[in-house]
Design a protein around this ligand. Structure first.
Ligand code: ADP
Ligand code: ADP
Length: 220
């Protein structure tokens, strides 16, 4: 589904060069649930951003369903991101002055889905994460676990091929973290491909495969 070949990512600031990813080779298969672990600064977020077509590698190739993404212009990349990839972040990234339902509809606005099907799809996504009783609430009225469930509904509303989650349970206590993990596992059992960055060995154990990074390099 996503293939990374000899990926290198260098960040250059005026005085410092950081080799954030060094010769990464990865193949994420359809239906897999993969976790990524490693110390702070080892390149986990960079790796997820490269996979999610948010960040361009300095060297190497990214392939989506066998197609090198280098061939696409920015506009096509944005469309691919919107249609194929759902993102979940540690700090939720909800829009505070939009209702839960409106937050979940956002990815569909981009596709110019009409009002009624947009609302139906958003409601369906909220049902999947057990939040159909909170649709008219605003993010400030929700617990952390509920906010993350809204973010998951937003990530899945457009039926993406792959879900990329950057420490989705990092801001939650263990009970809420487990709830979020249960939802991700259910989505995976229903066929979703998921790549998740985590600091939690217990969460990583619940996935199919663990990738460990150290200083930008994959370790066994
Ligand atoms: P992790 O997610 O594992 O904490 P990151 O991928 O965020 O690691 O960062 C990897 C390395 O790249 C770190 O040394 C970090 O300081 C550096 N880095 C990340 N983003 C940037 C950036 N935009 N500009 C310069 N350096 C960056
Ligand atoms: P938790 O203990 O799980 O963190 P909270 O105590 O934050 O949960 O919230 C408990 C319940 O009350 C949640 O279902 C949440 O939706 C609801 N709630 C919290 N704050 C508000 C509010 N300001 N207005 C309406 N409902 C709220």
């Amino acid at each position: 589904m996503i293939t990374l070949k000899n990926i290198e990512k260098v960040y250059r600031t005026s005085s410092i060069e950081t080799l954030a990813l060094n010769n990464i080779n990865l193949d994420i298969k359809k239906g897999e649930f993969v976790s990524i672990m490693g110390p702070s600064g080892c390149g986990k977020s960079t790796l997820l951003n490269v996979m999610g077509l948010l960040d361009e590698p300095s060297k190497g190739s990214v392939q989506l369903d066998g197609q090198p993404v280098k061939q696409y212009k920015d506009k096509e990349l944005a469309r691919l991101r919107n249609q194929q990839i759902g993102f979940i972040f540690q700090s939720f990234h909800l829009i505070n002055d939009l209702s839960v339902l409106d937050n979940v509809e956002i990815p569909l606005l981009y596709r110019a889905t009409n009002g009624r099907p947009r609302r139906d799809n958003a409601q369906e996504a909220l049902e999947k994460v057990g939040l159909s009783n909170r649709m008219k609430h605003f993010p400030s009225q929700l617990s952390g676990g509920q906010k993350q469930r809204v973010a998951i509904a937003r990530a899945i509303v457009g039926n993406p091929n792959i879900i990329l989650a950057d420490e989705p349970t990092g801001n939650l206590d263990s009970a809420m973290g487990n709830e979020i993990m249960n939802i991700l596992q259910d989505l995976n059992n229903d066929g979703a491909t998921i790549v998740m960055v985590t600091h939690d060995e217990q969460m990583a154990k619940r996935t199919h495969r663990l990738i460990r990074l150290f200083d930008g390099t994959q370790v066994l």
